[in-house]
Design a protein around this ligand. Sequence first.
Ligand code: SF4
Length: 368
Amino acid sequence: MAGTPPFSEAEPPASRLLSLTRPELAARLESWSINPAHAALLWRYLHWDCVTSLGAMTALPAKVRSRLAAELGGADASVAPAVARETLSSDGFTRKFLMEMGDGRMIETVLMRFAGRVTACVSSQAGCAMGCVFCATGQMGFGRNLHAGEIVAQAVHVQRLLREAAAAAPGQHRLRNVVFMGMGEPLHNYEAVMKAVGILHDPSGLALGAERMTLSTVGVVPGILRLAEERPPVHLAVSLHAATQAERADLVPVAKKWPLDELMAACRLYSERTGRRIFYEWTLIEGRNDSPSSARAVGRLLRGLPAQVNLIPLNPTAGYAGTPGRTEAARQFQRVLADEFAIPSTVRQRRGIDIAAGCGQLAAALQS
Ligand code: SF4
């Protein structure tokens, strides 16, 4: 195993082990002349017991622990990023975590519980380069890509809390769904996100199936084409927000680089190759894109495609003057899609609004 590369110095130590797949973990031990069979226990500590420090891995042989201590910074080194702040929504359904990545970067993770579903919303980047005008993360600008382990760590953190809750009360205590809809554009950090998807999918770990992970893109066409080729175990959501090129480019600057017709061609190819329906996300902004005529424009755009439209009332942010589309407008939008185009749709609840659960809002509040 002489070819096993050293840990990336660019990656903060706390997430380095979580960046490794199970075979990579075994190869790492072998490269240190340690029996790779110990990787199974190490993996279990990380992905099943969800421990936060090396010190908790008491059943590992001393030789393994001392080598890990040397690599990660001490016998009690952290193996998970620290939580800098946690907030709970007033309805109790949403918990938001501000996580410190070890180099001062802050990212957000959200745990949502409703209708018997437990979902983690994870970030893929610190900040975002896409600049969507209504988004707190976009208003913040780009920080850096997250490493695979930093993405995995967010899901592991949520699972750790669920395990702790399971000890106290019965109920749904297993993380069943992960959505890549937190800070950042996942397809702008393709390699790390896909590696994280593979690790989360591992049946010996969190074992999240293809039906349980959804990746949301604002329209990075090369990434969608790559997904169509590689078909990783994730669902795809595409943020549309407007049904004409001019209106979309106003809201989502990335549309100037990848225009609407190119985006729709990529979506069509994705659905043909994978046989999967795409979720099209539509942020409802009052007076801007919440009218029946906007709904008809969406219907015409998606006609013939396997599609579901998710309507999301705007999360107000300090940097954008728009207001959320009203409930009646959302219902009318849905009726047009259903009656005139037979396109199913949902209206996403704005749960957690009182804890700034729109992506980037907690981090922005902390930095202001
Ligand atoms: S909505 Fe998503 S892609 Fe757009 S700026 Fe915000 S985080 Fe980035």
